[in-house]
Design a protein around this ligand. Structure first.
Ligand SMILES: C=CC1=C(C)c2cc3[nH]c(cc4nc(cc5[nH]c(cc1n2)c(C)c5CCC(=O)O)C(CCC(=O)O)=C4C)c(C)c3C=C
Ligand SMILES: [Fe+2]
Ligand SMILES: [Fe+2]
Length: 320
């Protein structure tokens, strides 16, 4: 029995329509992802925001099957990775079950001594990976756990991650009748500009991924834009909405969307891109609008995760 295990950190998503409200409340109560007013007032303001937002968001989850698929897809990634590594792999979510705390409780008397925490956000941000790692550290302290912790905070430039994206883009391009006419639109999750101004590396990580991928697609036209704003501050620009308008105005007919920042399907691929942007794009004259498949349990992507874990463990051995 190995004394080492992996915990995959992810955002989590509602696993039923009833879960939408408490999931959103957990998210809007986290001052690492969003600061609303003074700390003492945040729980009240969060409740007000969620009361308004929940019905709209619940309708979107209803249209994609009544829940987020993120729990099942992340569990499948963990199971496939466990087989690849020959080591137990667990899932720890930030805003919905299985919460990181619940997973750590399960591991308490398991004989596991070393825990590799791998954030499934490829690009580091304080709002996402930062919040997940801080949550993990707090839970370990609360539960008085003494695991040796090894962190893997990002993998935006890992050659196998770039390979995995390249494979999906190749397949996407090959699905068009004439691939030479296709434009790529990389769509990353947006982030308030203030994070970047305060030194968050997220934007630089995203730009590096795009550059490394495009080294494999010389001559293919591409753009980068940012989707899924969630509040009235200044977010990263250009927005995916605006970029679609600009592309349509310039005569683009065939478009392949390449969502970044997520490694599995969830509301922002299945609803925002596949339903909302697809409808807008068609109305604007982009007649062939497609999206690459999400990485989910792509064999190359799982090999990437396995390599990240092996390398982190080797480095840990060397430094101890
Ligand atoms: C409130 C501010 C938000 C910031 C900042 C933010 C950044 C951010 N989020 C992801 C990845 C995901 N976000 C998801 C859902 C989601 N995100 C926010 C808010 C912020 N995200 C909300 C309110 C929601 C819920 C849906 C909605 O109300 O629109 C998810 C999906 C979960 C699921 O359905 O499975 C992911 C994944 C990244 C990568 C990121 C910044 C780098
Ligand atoms: Fe988000
Ligand atoms: Fe979002």
């Amino acid at each position: 029995m190995t004394d080492t295990a992996v915990i995959l950190l992810q955002m989590g998503g509602p696993d039923s329509l009833e879960a939408v409200k408490p999931f959103l409340l957990n998210l809007f109560s986290d001052r690492e992802i969003i600061k609303i007013g003074p700390a003492l007032l945040q729980p009240f303001i969060a409740r007000m925001i969620v009361r308004r937002r929940a019905p709209v968001v619940a309708e979107k989850y209803r249209e994609i099957g009544g829940k987020s698929p993120i729990k099942e897809l992340t569990q499948a990634q963990a199971d496939t990775l466990a087989t690849e590594l020959g080591m137990p792999c667990f899932v720890g979510m930030r805003y919905w079950h299985p919460f990181t705390r619940e997973t750590l409780l399960r591991l308490r008397h398991s004989g596991i001594k070393k825990l590799v925490a791998l954030s499934l956000y490829p690009h580091y941000s304080r709002a996402t990976s930062g919040s997940s790692f801080n949550d993990l550290t707090r839970c370990l302290a609360d539960l008085d756990s003494d695991f040796e912790l090894i962190r893997i905070p990002h993998f935006y430039d890992h050659p196998l991650y770039i390979d995995a994206l390249t494979e999906k883009i190749e397949a996407g391009l090959a699905s068009f009748p004439d691939r030479d006419t296709v434009q790529l639109l990389f769509s990353a999750h947006s982030l308030p500009q203030s994070f970047i101004d305060e030194g968050d590396p997220y934007l630089e990580h995203i730009q590096t991924t795009v550059r490394l991928v495009m080294e494999r697609f010389e001559g293919v036209q591409h753009q980068l834009a940012f989707q899924s704003r969630a509040g009235p501050v200044k977010w990263l620009e250009p927005s995916t909405d605006d970029k679609l308008k600009e592309l349509a105005a310039n005569g683009c007919k065939n478009l392949l969307m390449v969502p970044l920042s997520f490694v599995s399907d969830h509301i922002e691929t299945l609803h925002e891109i596949d339903i909302e942007y697809a409808e807008e794009a068609h109305k604007m004259g982009i007649s062939d609008f497609r999206r690459i498949e999400s990485l989910n349990s792509s064999p190359t992507f799982i090999r990437c995760l396995a390599e990240l874990v092996r390398t982190a463990l080797q480095q840990n051995l060397k430094s101890s």
